[in-house]
Structure formats: C-alpha cells, structure tokens
Unconditional design. Structure first.
Length: 285
C-alpha cells in the first residue's frame, strides 16, 4: 500500500499487555492519531476546520485485520488514505507497518453529521468543497494558496490568526500586538482549499534597501505542514519585487531553526521583545 500521509508512532510501555505485545484496543488510538494528522496535512485541521463547515465526522464502522504484533518501543508508521465519498459518508483505508512489514490493515467509514440544532448528529451531505479537497490531496495537488495584499484586503483574515497566536496563546498584551504599521505593510495569508485562513505574516521597510518581515503566525493545529514556509516564501518574493536587497526579521527563539533552514543567518546577541527571547536574523536577496 502507498499513502499520501503517514504518521510516525512509537509504542509506549503503557500500551503493551501481559503478553508483551500492544493490546488490541490501542490500535484504534493509532488510527485516530493518523486520522488527525491526515486532516492536518490537508490543511483542514480537526476540529476547527469542520466547525466552520457547521458539520462534524463520526466513525460509523471499522474493520481491522491483525497480521503481526507490535511491541514496546518499536517505531511504527500508520498510513491513511481517502478511498471514496458517498452522499453522507467518507471511506478510508489504513495500514500500520514496522519497516517493510505490515502489522495491521484497516477500513474506516465516517459519516458526516450536523453540529447544532435539529440536524445535530444527523447525517448530512458531504460538502462538495471537502470532497474536492480530499480528491486533490490524493492526486498530489497543492493544498494551500497564499494571497499577498494590503491590510484592507487581508486584515479581516490575518487579525484572528494573530489574536489567537500572539495574544491568547503567547500572552502578548494586545496593545503591543496591534500597531499603526499594518495599513502600510504588505501582508500574506495562507488559505486552505475551503478558504479558511491558517497563517499570516507582513512585510515593511526597515531602512532603505532592507525590508523587515514580522507578525509571522500559524494556527497551532496547522503547524508542521509547511504553512509558515509558504507564507515566508510569498513575503520574500514580495520583497524582491519591491527592490529590497536584504530581509531582516526578529525570530522568536523557538523559530530560529525554521528561519535557518530558510537561509537566514543570526546577527548579534539574543534579546527580549514583548517578554519573549528573540534573535535578529538576515538574508540577502
């Protein structure tokens, strides 16, 4: 079996039974973890993306075929792929493997249901946009698009992301997060296939010839899927098109590795900004 998405898992001691093998009930947890990763890879992190649809998914049936046992501390791969959609249902196939050996095969069927009101937990048609996103992902198509524009064009999408990441998650005071620079900046926002905004950043002039990238933020559930990299690439392209020779940014300490991989180099000593350790970094264009 080949899979567009595969989740890496390591067997924990608490998952092993008296026989020294993974207790059968834990395999459903492995499949559920892979399912969450699958939706994240689609740019539709669960459950937030489904809340906007006004719908949810419930598991209707699972078929497990146990082929060989997994044991403590083994590294496993759990692959999941979309197979087909009915009017209200989605069917997936999965496999758990250790290296080249398949340990388990599974069939999973989910039903789409309403979230609230009279249709709560009642079957509801699979939205066409969701159906198309699943087919596009399995076909290897890009799952995100990045728009670049003004605050007037993108502010309504960027603001909730920054509020969630900087103010609520990191505890930065709102009066430090919101400044007067936004209306004059170039902004970028990454959208999934359903038009939901997942990440943002902005570009402004620092000094003549040098642009500054800032306010880079990705919703927590969408991190690790390339959203930030695509926003950064779009802003770097905008900086080149505007004639800048280099780009500067103040990276939070936890993101220094991310910017290093994108070709940025540290300059000077770390410093504190808004109560968080930062590092100034540069990249020539």
């Amino acid at each position: 079996m080949s899979f567009r998405h595969s989740e890496t898992l390591r067997v924990r001691w608490s998952e092993v039974d008296a026989q020294g093998i993974v207790f059968n009930g834990h395999y459903l947890n492995y499949l559920d973890t892979a399912s969450t990763g699958y939706w994240r890879a689609l740019g539709l992190p669960y459950p937030g993306a489904f809340e906007t649809l006004g719908a949810d998914l419930v598991l209707r049936s699972t078929e497990l075929d146990f082929l060989a046992p997994a044991r403590f501390d083994e590294l496993l791969q759990c692959g999941l792929r979309f197979v087909e959609a009915g009017r209200t249902s989605l069917r997936f196939e999965a496999a758990l493997s250790r290296g080249a050996q398949t340990l388990l095969k599974a069939q999973l069927r989910y039903v789409m249901v309403g979230r609230e009101g009279p249709t709560a937990l009642q079957p509801t048609p699979v939205p066409e946009g969701l159906r198309a996103a699943l087919q596009a992902f399995e076909a290897g198509e890009p799952m995100l698009s990045v728009q670049v524009g003004s605050w007037a064009e993108l502010g309504a999408a960027a603001q909730p992301i920054r509020q969630a990441v900087f103010v609520r998650e990191q505890g930065i005071p709102a009066d430090l997060e919101w400044d007067q620079a936004d209306p004059g900046c170039t902004h970028a926002v990454a959208y999934n296939r359903l038009g939901q905004a997942l990440g943002t950043g902005r570009l402004l002039e620092h000094v003549p010839g040098t642009a500054k990238i800032g306010r880079m933020a990705v919703l927590a559930a969408a991190r690790g899927t390339g959203v930030g990299a695509q926003v950064l690439d779009a802003l770097m392209l905008a900086a080149r098109s505007q004639g800048y020779r280099q780009v500067l940014l103040h990276a939070q300490a936890s993101a220094v590795g991310f910017y290093r991989r994108a070709g940025f180099s540290p300059r000077g000593a770390p410093f504190e900004e808004a109560g968080i350790e930062h590092q100034e970094m540069l990249k020539a264009l």
